[in-house]
Structure formats: C-alpha cells, structure tokens
Design a protein around this ligand. Sequence first.
Ligand code: DHB
Length: 312
Amino acid sequence: MVNLHTSIGSFQFNNVLMNASGVHCMTAAELDEVAQSPAGTLVTKSGTLQPRDGNPAPRYASLELGSINSMGLPNKGFRYYLDYAIAFQAAHPDRPIFLSIAGTGPADYAEMAAVIQASDFTGLTEFNLSCPNVPGKPQIAYDLTTTEHILDDLFKVFKKPAGIKLPPFFDLAQFDAMAALLNRYPLTFINSINSLGNGLAIDAATDTALILPKGGFGGIGGAYAKPIALANVRAFRQRLRDDIAIIGTGGVTTGRDVYELILCGASLVSLGTVLQEEGLPAFTRLTQELEAEMTAKGYATIQDFQGQLKTL
Ligand code: DHB
C-alpha cells in the first residue's frame, strides 16, 4: 500500500493533488466539490479587491495537447473567498486550504494582505504574481524590481503563511535572480508554474484566433507545459531555501506526470487543464495512476522519491 501524505511547513495533507487556481474554484459550490473529491486540499480562484466579470467570451479553448485561456480574472472579490476559507476551516479544522490573491496593481497586494492578516484565516495564502491575462498589465514576476517592492510591502503587514505563484522562466540566469530574491523573504512556499503566457491558437477552418480577448493571445496549459513545469520546479528546488516548499503545477495528464513533478521537488501537485477537461474524476484517476507508478518503482511514500531526480 502506498501513502500519498505530504506536508508544507506545519500543514499536513492526505493527498498530493489539488486543483490549480482558476479551475473549479469560482464559487463556494465548486470549492465544496473539490473538497469532497480525493484532492488533498484546494485553492480558491484568485480574488481581487473588487469582484470582476473578466474578459469577454470565448475566453477558454481546448487544444490538441492542452488549452488556451484569457479569462481576465473573473472572480467574486477576495472577501468572498476569505469568508469561504474561514468557514471551511471552522468546519474542517484538520484540512488546511489555500486562498489565492491577485492584484490589478502593485499596491493591491499589501492592502488585501492586511485584511487577511486581521481576519481569522489560519491557512495558506498564495499571492499570484503571474496573471498573464489582464489587458495592458504585464505579469508582475517578470519584473524583479516590482516583485521586490510588492514583497517588501507585503511582508511588512503579513505574518501568516504565504507563498507566491510564479510564471514560467526560461533562462538559468532568471532562476538565479528570482530565487536569490525570494530567499530573502519569509515565504512558506512557491507555486510554479502559471500558464505559458501569451500563446496563440488558430481555428484552421476559419483562419481566426480561437479566443476573443487580446487578439487571441492567452495562457497555454496542459501537455504543452510539462517540460517547462518540470524544469521550473527542479530549478527552484535547487536554488530555494529548504524551508520554502514547492507546489508543482503544469502539464499533468497522467499519474506519471504527477510523479515526475514530485521527483523534481514538488510537495503538492495541482491540476489545471486536466481538471478543466475531465472534471472531478481526474482526481480519482490520477490518484490511482500515481499509486500504481509508486508501486511499480517500489516506493511507499511521497518522501521516498521527492526531489530524487537523477541526472547523467
Ligand atoms: C487568470 C489567469 C491566470 O493564469 C492567473 O494566474 C490568474 C488569472 C485569468 O485570466 O483569470
């Protein structure tokens, strides 16, 4: 028998799988459904200071090997998700959950952080520095100076367990610089990666972009993202302090994919496109496939192979 128990800091989880923010987490009903699935934990849709409708549809499309989206941060406002999380922890004191927060400008992060700090929330807060889809707003984490200012302001007010959601990086010098910056802050975790920003997919029948916002540009997820996700988790695991855990996100379609993210150092693995495409049964299927892979490799626990990637 294999055991999928994992931990981040002092928080314990019975399964390494969770939803990726943005999928099946807009409403309390959707969040409840993830909580009732085999998932080990859940994260809310990234909440902003004010509720948002997001970008006009069509804003998500399935692709041969994944998906493209430009949702534009539709959400019910961060207070809705904070209220949900506080009620959830009261009902399930042994099931820590994640609150995701996104600014539409740098000052929003510390403002929302102060409200969460003053609240009864005792779980983990993920500050999303990598939303690629708000027209006219660059992804924050591609700008080290802005990232530094946000983290400086944030940790002046925020003393609860915190993490940040990162975009994919593609150069070893970027990993070096971002990890050196992150190691200066009391982070509990990072989540790597967000979608591959600003891809483009075209309908062959009509020669038209598949989604409407931003002239068709959108974040790419699914199998397209797998090698980039593995590399980002691995690169950050090699560079971050040992007490900063990594949530691995990106490119999961099989239990083997989950296993490989853990091999690269992930402590939890989140499901984006595969959850959107298959729905909640993805948690059952991937749990079974991960257990089968671990059994085939002779491992009984996640800790037996976490971070144990071999290189030539
Ligand atoms: C959205 C997309 C993201 O990748 C993200 O991190 C936050 C928000 C969105 O378009 O809603």
